[in-house]
Design a binder for this molecule. Structure first.
Ligand SMILES: [Zn+2]
Length: 241
């Protein structure tokens, strides 16, 4: 008999993180919430979300009446690092495993998270799980249109500092602010280090690289190696010609 513990929402901008615990022999499922405040500027740096996730995990295991000889499989995600250490203090080390959670445990935890974000009025993208970067920008756009909902967002993430909409919440950052843009070529969301001009095309890193290579080919100049590299749209900057 095994209890599987998974999380949903740790990589998503909206809402806190759902911790779900699933008992394989009975199909019982319980879940709890690491409140979004743990991912906001005042608390984020202290990493208290890890102890909170551990506290919730222990609570869920108790409510599923976990026995001392039962295996507990925790998702590999960082959010369970403290939970795993805590469990190993009371359970035999062999009983506590870190796994890649799939199946029913994963499905139910994801549903619980989706319910929460839908309750905020946000409709998640169909392909949310395959297209993480796209989903990130989708949530960001939604927040931009509804700044009053920023209180439900993980505004403490350090990389958000570069966006003006989060800047006020995190204090000043020396680096150039980033702006959201839509690539004129492929239509993907991307981020650019300048304010996009609506009258001029903007390209994501991939399309910009492609255009540069084609221009070079036309001129007959060899492509330098660094220009061939393709970055994920989430982390790459883009250039406006
Ligand atoms: Zn593009």
């Amino acid at each position: 008999m095994t209890i599987i513990v998974d999380d949903a929402g740790s990589g998503d901008l909206l809402f806190g993180v759902i911790i779900g615990a699933y008992r394989t022999d009975t199909g019982d499922f319980k879940c709890g919430l690491v409140d979004v405040k743990f991912f906001q500027p005042e608390l984020y740096c202290s990493k208290d979300y890890l102890t909170e996730a551990a506290r919730i995990t222990l609570e869920l295991l108790a409510s599923l009446k976990a026995k001392p000889d039962e295996e507990v499989h925790l998702c590999q995600g960082y959010i369970f690092d403290v939970a795993a250490a805590e469990l190993k203090k009371t359970l035999d080390e062999k009983l506590v495993q870190r796994i890649r959670v799939t199946g029913e445990a994963q499905r139910l935890t994801e549903i619980a998270y989706l319910d929460e974000i839908r309750n905020l009025g946000y409709e998640p993208l169909e392909e949310r799980e395959e297209k993480r970067a796209k989903s990130f920008f989708h949530m960001m756009r939604w927040l931009k249109a509804k700044p009053e909902m920023l209180k439900y967002a993980k505004t403490g993430w350090p990389r958000l500092k570069r966006y003006r909409m989060f800047k006020d919440r995190q204090g000043n950052d020396e680096s150039k602010p980033l702006h959201l843009a839509t690539c004129s070529e492929c239509g993907e969301e991307c981020e650019v280090p300048f304010k996009p001009d609506p009258h001029r095309p903007v390209y994501c890193r991939r399309c910009w690289g492609k255009r540069r290579r084609e221009e070079r080919k036309k001129r007959g100049t060899p492509t330098p190696r660094h220009a061939r590299r393709e970055g994920s749209p989430e982390t790459s900057a883009t250039i406006q010609p």
